[in-house]
Design a protein around this ligand. Structure first.
Ligand code: ADP
Ligand code: MG
Length: 292
């Protein structure tokens, strides 16, 4: 039987904006030693915008049009940012064929008879697209500002770079500071590249960063921490995050996240506010001290 204190705790959680799915989550939260955050949509708003357009050998409008033609088929926040920008710039977006998603790397399609690839540098290089040194320097400078550099190739060569930036949620920084003060080891896991990830991590005060992690590897990273003796909470919002949410001792899903993530969470943060993750740990400590 569930001890009364846990039931009361779940009710108190509801008042605090926490949907606590099971009493066990509340009990285990007291023992947490580590908390792992997804970056996009969890630490950041997940509504990124195009901030820089760097065409390489084609007009800016053409670069946007070609990129949007491919990304129009994508559900990824980066893709949505590209399409929004093309629409607000008023460029005509051509049709595309044979759209393909490469999970955690990029997308491709055929636009007006030409193969177009959009994604990160490793993705383009895997497909035989050369990235010249000046472009590499440009990319590094954007990433050091916390921006994601999205490379566009049309035909056989690099056609341009789009920089896309996401903003932090207003309470991210204070929530991280509070979790550290409470003695938890804080980690960030992201599919984004190392430079961008480090720039964001520096901004929020996270020292332990795992970048370039493919979607299916997030759960393995959680398990590796557990094998080293940590009791781990994972906080995430995406389809990609569902296995890690399930693997964690406590899965904490962002309320506005994808349905799959919400279903995989033990605790759901209804208000999307990371301060409420702090409240969950505090609540659990209070409840468990009452039971002992
Ligand atoms: P995150 O963990 O930050 O949500 P993902 O695993 O979804 O990131 O994607 C990792 C990387 O793959 C992105 O940072 C981006 O470089 C590239 N990528 C994925 N999807 C797209 C897309 N639709 N357009 C451009 N780049 C993409
Ligand atoms: Mg995410």
């Amino acid at each position: 039987a569930t001890p009364t204190a846990v039931t009361v705790g779940i009710g108190r959680g509801a008042e605090l904006g926490l949907l606590i799915r099971n009493g066990e989550a509340l009990e285990v939260s007291e023992k947490l030693t580590a908390i792992v955050f997804d970056k996009t949509g969890t630490l950041t708003r997940g509504k990124p915008d195009v901030t820089d357009i760097i065409p390489l050998g084609m007009p800016e409008d053409r670069l946007l049009a070609v990129a949007a033609a491919v990304e129009r088929n994508s559900q990824h926040p980066l893709g949505e940012a590209v399409v929004r920008r093309a629409e607000s710039a008023g460029v005509g977006i051509p049709a595309s064929k044979r759209f393909t998603t490469f999970s955690g790397r990029g997308v491709s399609a055929v636009v007006e008879g030409e193969e177009v690839l959009i994604g990160n540098q490793p993705f383009l290089e895997e497909h035989g697209i050369a990235v010249p040194p000046e472009a590499e320097r440009e990319i590094a400078a954007l990433q050091d500002k916390g921006k994601t550099a999205v490379l566009v190739a049309a035909g056989a060569g690099l056609a341009g770079i789009l920089a896309i930036a996401d903003t932090l949620k207003p309470t991210t920084k204070s929530a991280i500071a509070e979790l550290k003060r409470m003695g938890l080891a804080v980690t960030m896991i992201t599919g984004d590249n190392e430079r961008t990830a480090n720039a964001i991590a520096r901004e929020v005060g996270i020292e332990d960063v795992h970048a370039g992690v493919l979607p299916q590897e997030k759960a393995l990273e959680v398990r590796a921490l557990q094998e080293r003796g940590a009791v781990v909470a994972f906080v995430g919002d995406g389809i990609n995050d569902a296995p890690a949410l399930a693997q964690a001792d406590v899965g904490i899903a962002i309320g506005s996240g994808t349905d799959v993530a919400i279903e995989s969470g033990d605790i759901v943060l209804i208000r999307d506010d990371l301060t409420d993750a702090v409240a969950a740990v505090e609540l659990s400590r209070k409840v468990m001290s009452r039971i002992k």
